[in-house]
Design a protein around this ligand. Structure first.
Ligand SMILES: [Zn+2]
Length: 444
């Protein structure tokens, strides 16, 4: 994933003080280094860790629950407002810590070494868990100060929202080469936060260097809301108010006109493309975005959508992009699987502003490396490594994960947390959380 797309057969990668010290063919490595620890990766691929550019820590334990509810009754739309926010509201501080350990453990287990939290409750607990488990990440607080009908505790006053977000960024610092777990500002949605909050965050972002993670162009209700309130489309409105800029990271970004795409381009807004949910809203204009040079990363949108395996998301996106943007004109796809793999590594790192020090395996970068089994029959024969990686690998082929030079997953076992104890904690807390959630949504 360097600029030249280099593939090194029979490679050696040396790590020193958390950085990639050297990478090259093993024939040239002899005598260069004395290692205190060596990982034998023969029969494996070494790849840059994947980057999840839109994750919901607080929704990890919700996995499968909405499908179960939908079988019993018609779900209320929009899902995020009627179920996702109430679920997050049902979590205690310790529940968020538990959810974070499970979520980040899940991410590591499928080869993801870096996540960007969309904003949820108790972000300090996310940060605590991320530090413990060894993943790289960006934490954020869910911010809603202008919404009716949400559970108590979900919304903040404008002053509280500003205070809590700024304090988080001050306490944790922005993500940097030397700061594995940093913080950003976050605004949940245009329709649940006040204009004052948007303006204040735009200024705070410029002052602190913390980016702003938002959900944008995600639903028809949002387009209607903007038309009703400002006589504009959502992105046109944000452009007019001066909000857009390189500090804005916009998840989903599906319902965009070509004019709005150009506003993304000129303001250098980055995008989190979440294939498993986005195509249910509409065809996200990924081919145009890439052509315009917009930074696009891949995201899972959290475990409520199912698997956190970005290798699967790459393939889902590719098939859907092909069928939406190319097949109708009997044309070949202009977005390749390889380009989508790039979007899940170096592209994602760039979209989060971390591309200078992670996202690829290059000397001097932080050592965020995954070791992936290559000998399974579903991958053999490996004639072209790029083909195999982009088309056939799954997260469950990942054997070992190194983040910031430290082994965080070894032979598919988490290194820094006791998985048995974690399973026991989930078994104990899940029924309590679910019963609170069912009460909140009136399903108890
Ligand atoms: Zn989201």
């Amino acid at each position: 994933m360097d600029a030249a797309g280099t593939v090194v057969p029979d490679a050696v990668l040396a790590v020193k003080q958390g950085r990639i010290a050297w990478i090259g063919p093993s024939s040239e490595a002899n005598g260069r280094f004395t290692a205190t620890r060596t990982i034998d990766a023969s029969g494996h691929f070494l790849l840059p860790g994947l980057v999840d550019t839109h994750f919901h820590t607080g929704q990890q334990l919700l996995r499968g629950k909405l499908a179960q509810l939908a079988r019993q009754r018609q779900l209320k739309i929009p899902i995020w407002r009627n179920y996702l926010i109430p679920f997050e509201s049902a979590l205690s501080e310790e529940d968020v810590h538990l959810s974070a350990l499970v979520g980040y453990g899940n991410l590591l287990s499928v080869g993801t070494t870096c996540f960007a939290e969309a904003g949820g409750p108790f972000p300090e607990q996310m940060g605590r868990a991320a530090r413990e488990i060894g993943i790289r990440g960006i934490i954020a607080r869910s911010t809603m100060d202008d919404a009716d009908g949400l559970p108590e505790g979900a919304t903040l006053t404008t002053a509280e929202a500003i205070e809590e977000n700024l304090r988080l960024v001050k306490d944790w610092g922005v993500p940097s080469e030397d700061n594995r777990v940093g913080a950003w500002l976050a605004l949940r949605q245009l329709i649940v936060s006040s204009p004052e909050l948007w303006d204040t965050f735009a200024d705070a972002s410029k002052e602190t260097g913390a980016r702003i993670h938002i959900h944008l162009a995600e639903g028809t209700y949002e387009v209607d809301y903007a038309a009703e309130h400002w006589g504009k489309r959502p992105v046109e409105h944000l452009e007019a108010t001066g909000f857009l800029g390189p500090g804005v990271h916009a998840a989903h970004s599906v319902l965009l006109t070509d004019d709005e795409l150009r506003m993304y381009q000129s303001n250098r807004v980055s995008v989190a493309h979440c294939p498993m949910g986005n195509f249910l809203i509409g065809p996200p204009k990924i081919p145009q975005m890439l052509r315009l040079g917009i930074d696009v990363g891949l995201g899972t949108d959290g475990a409520s959508t199912g698997s956190l395996d970005l290798f699967q998301a790459i393939r889902a996106s590719w098939v859907a992009l092909q069928s939406n943007f190319s097949t109708p004109w009997h044309a070949r796809g202009e977005v390749s699987l390889e380009a989508l793999f790039a979007a899940s590594t170096i592209g994602g790192a760039r979209a989060l502003g971390l591309g200078e020090w992670t996202g690829s395996l290059e000397g001097g970068k932080r050592a965020d490396v995954i070791v992936v089994e290559s000998r399974t029959w579903d991958l053999q024969p490996v004639t072209d490594v790029t083909f195999t990686v982009a088309r056939s690998l799954t997260g469950r082929d990942v054997d070992t994960v190194v983040v910031d030079g430290k082994v965080a997953l070894h032979h598919r076992e988490l290194v820094f947390v006791d998985e048995e104890r974690l399973r026991a904690r989930v078994a104990e807390r899940l029924p309590v959380i679910m019963s609170r959630f069912e009460t909140l949504i009136g399903a108890a």
